[in-house]
Design a binder for this molecule. Structure first.
Ligand code: SF4
Length: 61
């Protein structure tokens, strides 16, 4: 199964991934992006987040 991962070192916490795919990405109060632990990820939403991430730091693994 494919899982989205965020390269936290490059993330600017802009919040776009959470806007595009709130069921998967969450900018936590602790100051980093959390990826939800799902059995299956909404591929189109995640692809949109990957496309729109200004830091280009989301990828499938
Ligand atoms: S869109 Fe990219 S840079 Fe912005 S919060 Fe999400 S992972 Fe970080």
């Amino acid at each position: 199964m494919k899982t989205p991962v965020v390269e936290l070192g490059d993330c600017t916490l802009c919040g776009i991934c959470e806007e595009v795919s709130p069921s998967v990405f969450h900018v936590s109060e602790l100051g980093y992006v959390q990826v939800a632990d799902l059995d299956e990820y909404p591929a189109e939403e995640v692809d949109d987040a990957i496309k729109n991430c200004p830091a280009d730091c989301i990828a499938w693994e």
